[in-house]
Design a protein around this ligand. Structure first.
Ligand code: 5AD
Ligand code: SF4
Length: 458
């Protein structure tokens, strides 16, 4: 069968889609472009904006491509979890709807639906335990899948948990992804070890709130810090990252790990959401600015070159000019190297829907623009400071911008910054994906760096 996957949203969704592609290919299906496909899988996101409308417009387009009786669409992810059967009723060509916990079973049911054109299914039940996925990593003959695991050579994402129990007042995730469920640490270590054996050099541990890993198991499994130490010890693993972290659950042992584990990358995404204690309280974040700044101080002491990034919401109900100034202030104090910032938007069923007063759109827009402008400057200044430094880069793919007389490749430094490197005399045949190279930074741009190689890639 020829299939095509369209993905919206976070890294968790991207990872789910990657896994689905590998799982279907191991069953003999072929991932193709949209125009060549018969079966379409749309992995949806509902965290912000008008996600439903976005999905409906994609479904309109795909509906026109479903021309033969065997053609159909499967809708997965957070919008699927919310709308459920509604998709089957509204769109006759949608024959499978699967939520967060349905991903593990989706391959089996996609096969069944491809064989029986009349069948339709909804896999939206939340399960009590983390649903282990089979067939995505190793094929039935126990052979490891070829390199290219994930979409970037040498890099892989490994799920360690699903769901979230925090119920921040603005957030729909606990409703669409369900309660927190940690994966068994033995399964995680096994997957990481197999990935490293197959040539992966960098692993990112993934979950909605990785810092509370294991808490749902009531002490019968490892803590997140213990898991980090175990993964770090896997022979041959050069880099570990993890995302996303909730500041309230970041244990001192995890902060310590940044000073102790040589392969733990000096990078942390630590969503602050707001710098105002009033807002943090209304958001239900369970930390205040003092505690957050204390964590940042601890991190910078343990690991002076740590790269911090964040998520910020402006215009949360009741946010005053003073509250917003507190957010601007925390940005100056932490000096995030980059940030994702959003205007608050009501999501169905979340607590903040009922909170007032709502901040007028134009006020929120102005605040967002000011914050983003300031961030742009901080990013540029932080990158400028790196000119002249030497660092090790993990190469990913040829850069978008090329020049005569060679080929440019992009990669990332341990802090997660994008670095472009020119390989004189090289051409498209140069296979550098997944290789490491020592580089001297020669120039900084708005969002990236340019480096010169020092020695050969390995
Ligand atoms: N409105 C705006 N931003 C939101 N986020 C989550 N829910 C909302 C919402 N209702 C942002 C948060 C979160 C990121 C993934 O999306 O900043 O960290
Ligand atoms: Fe949403 Fe808060 Fe859970 Fe993050 S921690 S997924 S913001 S509820």
């Amino acid at each position: 069968m020829k299939f095509n996957v369209i993905t919206f949203g976070c890294q968790m969704n991207v990872h789910d889609s990657d896994w689905l592609i590998r799982a279907m290919e191991s069953r003999g299906w072929k991932a193709v472009s949209e125009s060549e496909a018969n079966i379409f899988i749309v992995n949806t996101c509902s965290v912000r904006d008008k996600p439903e409308q976005k999905v409906y417009s994609v479904l309109g387009r795909l509906g026109r491509l479903c021309t033969s009786p065997g053609d159909f669409v499967a809708v997965g992810g957070c919008v699927a979890q919310q709308i459920g059967e509604g998709f089957l009723k509204k769109f006759p060509f949608v024959r499978l709807v699967f939520g967060s916990d349905g991903v593990a079973q989706a391959p089996q049911f996609l096969e069944e639906l491809a064989a029986d054109h009349k069948k339709k299914l909804v896999l939206n039940d939340f399960l009590a335990k983390y649903p282990e996925r089979e067939g995505g990593l190793a094929n039935p003959n126990e052979e490891l899948l070829p390199p290219g695991i994930g979409t970037i050579p040498g890099q892989a994402f490994v799920n360690i948990m699903q769901g979230c129990d925090n119920f921040c007042a603005y957030c729909i995730v606990p409703y669409t992804r369900g309660r927190q469920k940690s994966r068994l640490s033995s399964a995680i270590i096994e997957e990481c070890t197999a990935l490293v054996k197959s040539g992966v050099r960098e692993i990112t541990l993934l979950g909605q709130n990785v810092n509370s890993f294991g808490i749902d198991k009531k002490g019968t499994d490892l803590s997140f810090a213990e898991l980090l130490y175990k993964v770090s010890a896997i022979d041959g693993l050069e880099r570990i990252r993890f995302t996303t972290s909730h500041p309230k659950d970041l244990a001192p042992e995890v902060i310590k790990a940044f000073g102790e584990l040589p392969n733990l990358c000096p990078q942390l995404h630590l969503p602050v959401q707001s710098g105002s204690d009033n807002m943090l309280k209304k958001m239900g974040r369970k930390y205040d600015r003092e505690r957050y700044l204390g964590i940042v101080e601890g991190l910078k002491e343990t690991c002076p070159n740590i790269v911090l990034t964040t998520d910020i919401i402006v215009g949360f109900p009741g946010e005053t000019d003073e509250d917003f100034e507190q957010t601007m202030d925390i940005m100056e104090r932490v000096r995030y190297e980059s940030s994702f910032s959003f205007k608050y938007s009501d999501r169905p069923g979340v607590a903040a829907v009922k909170m007032t007063p709502k901040v007028p759109e134009d006020v929120a827009q102005k605040r967002l623009a000011r914050l983003q402008e300031r961030q742009k400057h901080i990013t540029r200044e932080s990158l400028e400071e790196l000119v002249g430094d030497e660092m090790i880069i993990l190469l990913e793919r040829p850069s978008k911008r090329q020049a005569e007389g060679g080929i440019a490749w992009r990669g990332k430094d341990p802090g997660g910054r994008v670095v472009n490197i020119f390989f004189e005399g090289g051409d498209e045949s140069l296979q550098l994906g997944g290789k490491l190279v020592k580089v001297k930074i020669t120039e900084s741009k708005n969002h990236s760096l340019i480096g010169e190689k020092v020695g050969n890639p390995w």
